[in-house]
Design a protein around this ligand. Structure first.
Ligand SMILES: Cc1ncc(COP(=O)(O)O)c(C=O)c1O
Length: 379
């Protein structure tokens, strides 16, 4: 049981999870790449129009696969927003890449594409845009710069499943993209992820890397008569029981997305006036972006005001949370030369951002308590 009356996140069932897990067990295969994994792959490929989707044990692992697929070598540079989760860059640093931190735009909190070109060097191997809160980065500009310099684009789409940029699904722009099905995401199986492959040249090697560096997938398709060690790799495929849980959620994606839209719009409508009166900024979604309603955040005026609101809500049994600390100022980031002032927007936003409780089963009654508690903060 959560210590909070209204937690920040709560696992929510879509309906068929237990039935599908039982079916996976009855079918006699609960290791990876069973029937439900195949169903998840097919659903993601058809819905998103990607060449190949491969379930992974996490988005972190999908990013590690991307770093292996791009053959990242010591000294290669990878451009990444400082305002993101560690995995976005750790996956590449594991291959001895050097992170190059880019600041974010103050409106969408996505990487500031106008700063991209000046950060590209002959060593740049990849750009990893993160679609913060599922609102698309300026992919036209990012792809143009990447194309001109021959740099790969890997979208970290942990937040953005079913979001769109100019009518096209997020996760379909880079040669590779990664998804998260961690319990805080719209669609979940507790811990899980996916690698989306938009450039077919990576498909065969991705299957090998995901299967411990062996050609086991080709063996099961009858393409080779025994399987063996052929490349680098690890164990990146989830149990079919997790895929069964995930498939139940993916099948219910329309209901889940509609539910989350209502949650997001409730906050927006009921906090709009208060925000205006208190100089608090609500999320900005440009007209050419369709967001997947992943999160709702407030940008407070100061760190002190943000901390005061977190404490105020906590005293009323409501858990609100801050988000990423600037990566360039982390212990690891500083080892790579990161210092204060490198990414001023990130440093400022990180202090002031607060995320409100947001999950599929959040009721309007609970949301009205959250809103009332916020409004009562200073009378
Ligand atoms: C932008 C981003 N990328 C990657 C991850 C890692 O996801 P996972 O927990 O599935 O490894 C997260 C975690 O929430 C994230 O916010």
């Amino acid at each position: 049981m959560s210590a909070y009356r209204i937690p920040f996140n709560k696992p929510c069932l879509a309906g068929n999870e237990f039935r599908y897990i039982a079916e996976a067990i009855e079918q006699g295969q609960i290791s990876g790449d069973g029937g439900f994994t195949q169903k998840c792959h097919a659903l993601l490929e058809q819905q998103l129009h990607v060449h190949k989707a491969l379930l992974t044990t996490s988005c972190t692992h999908a990013l590690e696969m991307a770093a292996l697929l791009l053959d990242i070598q010591p000294g290669d540079e990878v451009v990444v927003p400082s305002f993101t989760f560690v995995s976005t860059i750790n996956a590449f640093v594991l291959r001895d890449a050097r992170p190059v931190f880019i600041d974010i735009r103050p409106d969408t909190l996505n990487l500031d594409e106008t700063q991209l070109e000046r950060l590209i060097t002959p060593h740049t191997k990849a750009i990893v845009p993160v679609h913060y809160a599922g609102v698309g980065c300026e992919m036209d500009v990012i792809l143009d710069v990447a194309g001109r310099y021959g740099v790969a684009v890997v979208e970290d789409n942990a937040h953005g499943l079913f979001g769109k940029y100019k009518g096209k699904y997020l996760g379909t722009f880079g040669c590779l993209a990664t998804q998260s099905f961690h319990e805080t995401k719209n669609v979940t199986c507790g811990e899980g992820g996916a690698l989306l492959i938009n450039d077919p040249q990576y498909i065969e090697r991705a299957e090998i890397i995901r299967e411990k560096g062996t050609n086991r997938s080709r063996f099961f398709r009858g393409q080779v008569d025994k399987y063996t060690w052929v490349d680098l790799g690890s164990s990146y495929l989830p149990s079919d029981m997790l895929a069964a849980f995930l498939y139940a959620q993916l099948e219910a994606r329309e209901q889940i997305q509609a539910r989350r839209q209502r949650v997001w719009e409730y906050y927006y409508e009921h906090l709009q006036d208060w925000a205006k009166d208190h100089d608090v900024r609500l999320p900005i979604v440009p007209a050419h972006c369709e967001q997947p309603y992943h999160m709702f955040y407030l940008l407070m005026l100061s760190l002190e005001q943000r901390q005061a609101l977190i404490a105020h809500l906590k005293a009323r049994g409501i858990l609100s949370v801050f988000h990423y600390l600037p990566l360039h100022l982390s212990a690891m980031g500083q080892q790579f030369g990161g210092k204060e002032g490198d990414c001023p927007v990130t440093e400022d936003i990180s202090d002031r951002l607060l995320r409100l409780p947001f999950y599929n089963g959040l009721t309007e009654a609970d949301q009205s308590c959250v809103v009332a508690a916020i409004i009562e903060l200073d009378g």
